[in-house]
Design a protein around this ligand. Sequence first.
Ligand code: GTP
Length: 238
Amino acid sequence: SRASQRRREGVRILLVGERGVGKTSLILSLVSEEFPEDDDGGEDGPEDGMRIGSVLPAKAEEITIPADVTPENVPTHIVDFSEAEQTEEMLCAELRRAHVVCVVYAANDSNSLLKVTSRWLPIIRRCCDPEWPEPCPCWHIDEEAEVDLVGDDVEELVQPHAPPHLPPPPVILVGNKVDLVDEPSIDMVLTIMEQYPEIESCIECSAKTLKNISEMFYYAQKAVLHPTAPLYHMDEQD
Ligand code: GTP
C-alpha cells in the first residue's frame, strides 16, 4: 500500500508560503529546539543593511530526521522553499516530489492568509493535479529541461514537465507567529478548509515559543501515513 511504501522510503514534507511567515524558523526551531534569533544587525548594524551574524538563512538545508526520533518511526525529510533563491519551476518540481505540503501563513499578517487561497493552494493544484484544467507553467518549458534542485545529487535531477505523482499531496495549513496575536484566525481557516478538502488539518504554532512545533510535523507525517480526508479529485469519480 502507499502508506507502507512511505514507511520504507520516508516522508517528504515541503514548507511553502509567503516570504517572512517563518518557514525557515519553523524548521530550525524543530531541529534545534530553540528559536533562531534573527540578528539583522539591529541599531548597531552596518549602514548598508548587510546582515552580519544572522543565523537565519533564506532557505534551510534539506533535513533528514532519522526514523527512531520521529513519533511515527519513519525517516522524515523536511524541505524549505525560498522565493529569494528558487524559481517557479523549482517550486513545481518540489511540490511534485512532496508527500505532504505545509502551507504556512503568519497569524499576525492577514495578507499571508489571503495568499493561502489566492496563490498557494491554486499553485499546488495546478502543479500536482494532472486533471487540473489550467496548465502548469512548467509544462511549457523545454522538453530537455531539468531542474537542478539545490542540494541534490545529479541523478536526482527532476524533469518538471514529467507527470506528477498521484494522488496530489495532502496539505497542512500552518498559522505561525501565534505569539504575536491574541485572537486565533480559526473562523477564516475553517472557511478555507471547507473550500479546499485537500487540507488535511490546520494548526497554529510559534517558532519563537516552540508552541505546537513538534505537533505540526507530527500532523504532516500523519497526513501521509494515516490520511483521513477524501482527496478532492475523487469527488468526480464513480
Ligand atoms: P523567506 O525565506 O523570505 O521565505 O521567509 P521565511 O518564511 O523562511 O521566514 P523566516 O524564518 O526567515 O522568518 C522571518 C522573520 O519572522 C524572522 O525575523 C523570524 O525571526 C521571524 N519569526 C519566525 N517565526 C516567528 C514566530 O513564531 N514568532 C515571531 N514573533 N517571529 C517569528
